[in-house]
Design a protein around this ligand. Sequence first.
Ligand code: G3I
Length: 364
Amino acid sequence: MGLERASAGTFDRRRVLALGSAAALGAALSGCRAAATVNAVLARQGLRGLGDARGVGIGAAVQAGYLARDADYAALIAREFSMVVPENDMKFGLVHPEPGRFAFGNADAIVDVARANAMQVRGHTLVWHRQVPPWVTAELGRERLLGVLGDHVAAVVGRYRGRVVAWDVVNEAIDDGGGLRASVWSRGIGPDYLEHAFRFARAADPSARLYYNDYGAEGLGRKSDEVFRLVADLKERGVPIDGVGLQMHVGLLRPPAPSPDELASNLGRLAALGLDVTVTEMDVRLAGAAGTPDQKWARQAAVYRDVLSAALAAPNVKAVLFWGATDRYSWIPGETGQPDGALPFDDQYRPKPAYRAIADALLI
Ligand code: G3I
């Protein structure tokens, strides 16, 4: 694909601006989409160059540990992406492990890397049923747990006020079996924990965009209807929510990718509520699919292209993030016990067909 390898440890954003302003680049691309032009942009500015030209953020989940010890990875992230989201480093259990004690070192490191490379930061996540530290229990009772939630959100969102552009305020609150998921928050506080979380977040940083984030709610169906009803209700009652994060963890076999038509309908009904949508955690796993590795990569590329073309056609989609960048560092083997290959770069940081498919989707 002729993509130049980034030199180790290069965090200098100036060099990727060598092709000129995003507006000039956009004009050039709209007039000439020849493969050579696109390849030149990708080689020098990465996906972020195409995203900037289109006014769309392109991001990846990152981990502070990898950024610190793997210079090639750090250079890849800085070259290709205009946004980052901490894959784990802002979760409750990591930043607030004990009452009154916060551990912001890793989260700070990510925010610093982002600033050094003119990348925006998405915050993930304030309220979730996983990675909650042992001291936070439903047995604390409603009032104390509301106090814990309020203190946590004020401290974390307040620390990054003006530096985190959007927060996944509540993550995965809808149960796969239907209804509100049982969690420390729902059992300890009650169903209104969501609206309290959004209000605490708005108070801590009025300029940050506030999202509800979930998986399996991308197309149409029971779960996406439930997410829709949840956010419609929040909006109707004046709760400060700005958008919905559709995670987009999909696969060639499972979970199925949404059809472009269903995705467009879902995006449309959320837009009608006045909500933005971000594709927050996309990856496309190969597991179980038949064919040679090349055939699977080609089918994977088609999924990236089809889903992102449909998403980016919607005016309320302003950013797309992948849950990682390289197959070297992906959550999937840790969760399933099987190697996979769901991301746009292989484990040697070479772009896969999916990479060019993402570029194509940005150009459509
Ligand atoms: O850091 C510890 C390490 O010290 C310890 O030795 C090791 C032993 O298991 O665990 C390490 O922590 C792991 C952590 O990832 C960092 O790698 C946790 O066990 C592991 O549970 C955790 O998994 C994360 C998972 O969320 C649970 O929090 C994945 O990396 C992360 O990709 C995943 O991300 C979620 C999103 O937040 C929400 N949407 C779904 C997505 C995928 O599950």
